[in-house]
Design a protein. Structure first.
Length: 257
């Protein structure tokens, strides 16, 4: 499975993607969580206490002059899979966590780290990890560039006008993507019975999960804890678990599992 969560800022991408990654790992799958948002997000919802662990400088080198491509690359001999094995953080439930590097890092080191991050997600083997991504808010490049590793996009939508508008735009962008992608909606912060139907009708997307409004999610964030650890029995975590069940039928890309 290669999924990425997209949607308007604040819709709940980080809270849901981190929870999703851990629940998928609990089903026995190798999971690589990928956070390409330069602002903090997925680390907290996975239950990591650090949000900034960019690739170390020794994993990266200048690209030789006679080679095409960006200025920096992974050190010669270091494959994308090895870079993950060695340098990705390990979150609870064994989820490996790769991130883009946060903007408080020294700018040059950050630039090097980001190019290497991009190389890794481009060159990851198909049969090693299930990928679960948290993409930055908005419509910029979710289906190309940073988000191109995914083949299923889950648009997190709040049952509110602006969020619904963003979902419609994302659906349109997806239909114009150069490669075939699947786009599904996750209704989040749902509090009324008609909310999920409204999201389906107004976004034009199939709603594959309906996550209730759960005040403890915000409390978890304030406490710096994963929602899954603070309120494991909540209906909201239950809804994310159903979403994992629903998508878990997809095999690792390229592998006959
Ligand atoms: N189902 C929910 N019920 C209540 N609060 C929620 C729920 N899902 C997310 N939240 C809260 O909404 C806020 C935004 O969530 P989150 O950070 O996951 O959104 P995001 O889409 O990743 O935002 P950004 O675009 O800024 O990265 C957080 O305070 C989070 O705890
Ligand atoms: Mg986020």
């Amino acid at each position: 499975m290669r999924v990425a969560f997209v949607g308007k800022g604040g819709a709940g991408k980080s809270a849901i993607s981190g929870t999703f990654a851990r629940l998928l790992a609990r089903r026995g799958h190798p999971v690589l969580a990928i956070d390409s948002d330069p602002l903090p997000g997925m680390a907290y919802s996975l239950g990591l206490d650090r949000d900034d662990a960019p690739l170390p400088d020794e994993a990266i080198e200048d690209r030789p002059d006679d080679e095409e491509g960006p200025r920096y690359r992974l050190r010669a001999g270091l494959s994308a899979a090895e870079a993950v094995e060695r340098h990705a953080a390990t979150a609870p439930d064994g989820v490996r966590f790769l991130q883009f590097g946060k903007i408080r890092t020294d700018p040059r080191a950050l630039f090097r780290s980001q190019l290497a991050f991009r190389q890794i997600i481009k060159e990851l083997p198909d049969d090693r990890w299930h990928l679960v991504g948290d993409l930055p808010g908005g419509t910029r490049q979710p289906f190309t560039g940073w988000g191109a590793y995914a083949d299923t996009y889950l648009v997190v939508v709040e049952p509110m006008a602006k969020s619904l508008l963003s979902a419609r735009r994302l659906a349109r962008l997806a239909s114009a993507a150069e490669r075939p992608v699947q786009v599904l909606a996750v209704a989040n912060k749902v509090s009324e019975s008609g909310d999920a139907e409204m999201v389906a009708r107004r976004s034009g997307l199939e709603v594959v999960a309906s996550v209730p409004l759960e005040p403890a999610f915000a409390a978890a964030e304030r406490a710096g804890r994963a929602p899954l650890d603070l309120v494991p029995e909540s209906a909201a975590v239950g809804a994310v678990s159903l979403l994992v069940d629903r998508l878990d039928r997809q095999p690792l890309r390229g592998a006959a599992t």
